[in-house]
Design a protein around this ligand. Structure first.
Ligand SMILES: *Cc1c(COP(=O)(O)O)cnc(C)c1O
Ligand code: SF4
Length: 432
């Protein structure tokens, strides 16, 4: 059994491989890690990162804060405070101001929290008709933190805004909404939960016998950050047995696995974990955003999809990096992201082409960049909804004026001098 060792701001200097870094590089981690959440572990450090070339290593960049993730002013402010041994309060105040500039609540997640029997259900988000998100209280952290994460405020600001302890409310909500077929456990990373918590939630769902519930999904990065969760951890066998049991009761279990790079699929531990899950009847689907410095290259994506399919994983979503946190560091323009998608999709056989995207998860829905084209002499982005707050928007093509620098929906305007996109009126009505 491999014991889990976690590293964060207070103890990262104990990582033996830190000797590869200069003192300045270690200090930079401290500065940026004071603003953005920082956490890694012994699996990432020992099995994923190639320390001989750490400066360009995708997994180093994925977990260790980089100087360029903050703008120069913010970086210098914090660096100066730390060097002058400023009081904790002074540092916190400066950090708070910087964080607020980093769009801590993207895509209007607040508006997804349902009101049910006159109460706001804080552990639930319900945006798309068939699928509700459930945020179990015990699953609101992760085995390591991604430097690009859009959930960063909940780690950094310690506001576990969307968490819920009770399965009762979950069950009542599911019964009252028969259009829901899928419950997606999310976080943080629900797979940090001990098996006994999974048992509590899943057994409650099974006992409640909810005819509309067809799929239990778990959104998780654990296969990439801590595959031992499914192999040698104390309660790994129990978790696998639990998944098998749920499946045998006619409800499918799907792991929505987060893989950013084919290197995450290469270790013996991850291969073993995938094998065990699949033999228990669990479907594994994969998703990732396109990230500069990590995977903004079509060949990496093609390799990733091929490696996944070889292990039995189904490629599912390619996302566009969200407009939050260190977005400037990771952002890839929409046009380039689409090129990456296309050039990767071109290289693989049909069984890898289950992937959808590239897709922007923004407040109205998941918007796919279908491509760049020319209509009536105007260069345009062709877009469509893969998911919408209103399901009738899905699959309908629409057009935005081409803009090579656009990185997010906010940068787009309707093509053909139209005053607004087709969904805007009904979207505004929904939010009102
Ligand atoms: C992506 C997402 C889902 C799941 O959508 P699928 O297309 O069914 O995978 C559900 N809720 C929210 C808020 C999402 O962003
Ligand atoms: S594992 Fe997921 S939720 Fe956790 S830090 Fe990474 S992207 Fe965010």
């Amino acid at each position: 059994m491999t014991e889990y060792k976690s590293f964060s701001l207070h103890n990262f200097r104990e990582i033996p491989q830190m000797e590869y870094l200069t003192e300045e590089q270690r200090f930079n981690i401290e500065v940026v890690g004071t603003v953005l959440p920082f956490k890694t572990n012994n699996y990432v450090v020992d099995e994923l990162i190639d320390w001989r070339n750490f400066e360009d290593d995708p997994f180093f960049i994925l977990n260790f804060p980089q100087k360029e993730m903050l703008d120069e002013d913010s970086f210098n402010t914090v660096a100066l405070l730390l060097k002058s041994s400023a009081s904790k309060k002074e540092v916190q105040e400066a950090v708070r101001k910087i964080r607020l500039k980093l769009n801590p609540n993207p895509a209007g997640q607040e508006s997804n929290v349902p009101v049910f029997q006159d109460e706001r259900l804080n552990g639930i988000q319900h945006k798309y008709r068939e699928t509700m998100l459930f945020f179990p209280t015990q699953g609101q952290t992760c085995h390591a933190y991604c430097t690009f994460c859009f959930r960063w405020p909940q780690f950094a600001l310690n506001e576990f805004k969307f968490a819920m302890k009770e399965s009762d409310t979950l069950i009542q909500y599911l019964k009252a909404n028969p259009q829901i077929t899928d419950v997606l456990f999310t976080g943080g990373d629900p797979a940090v939960m001990k098996t006994r918590f999974f048992e509590t939630y899943f057994n409650a769902l099974l006992d409640a016998d909810i005819p509309n519930l067809k799929n239990i999904r778990i959104g998780t990065k654990s296969l990439a950050y801590w595959p031992y969760r499914y192999t040698t951890d104390d309660d790994a066998d129990d978790l696998i047995d639990l998944f098998r049991k749920v499946k045998s009761k006619g409800i499918s279990v799907a792991l929505m696995a987060h893989f950013n790079h084919p290197g995450e699929l290469k270790t013996a531990a991850v291969k073993e974990a995938v094998k065990r899950l699949i033999s228990a009847g669990v479907q594994i689907r994969s998703q990732s955003p396109v990230l500069r410095h990590i995977n903004n290259n079509a060949d990496i994506w093609a390799e990733n999809w091929k490696a996944q399919v070889k292990l039995g994983i189904i490629p599912y979503y390619m996302f566009i990096a969200r407009d939050t946190g260190a977005q400037d560091y990771f952002a890839v323009p929409l046009n380039q992201t689409w090129q990456i998608f296309r050039n990767a999709y071109n290289q693989v056989s049909g069984i890898c082409r289950t992937v959808k995207g590239p897709s922007m998860s923004c407040s109205p829905g998941k918007i796919q960049i279908v491509g760049v084209s020319e209509v009536k002499g105007e260069k345009v982005f062709v877009l469509t909804f893969l998911q919408g707050r209103d399901p009738s928007w899905v699959g309908k093509p629409f057009f935005a004026r081409y803009n090579p620098d656009a990185i997010w929906i906010d940068d787009l305007e309707p093509a053909f001098d139209e005053p607004k996109f087709f969904f805007e009126d009904s979207y505004c009505e929904m939010l009102a």
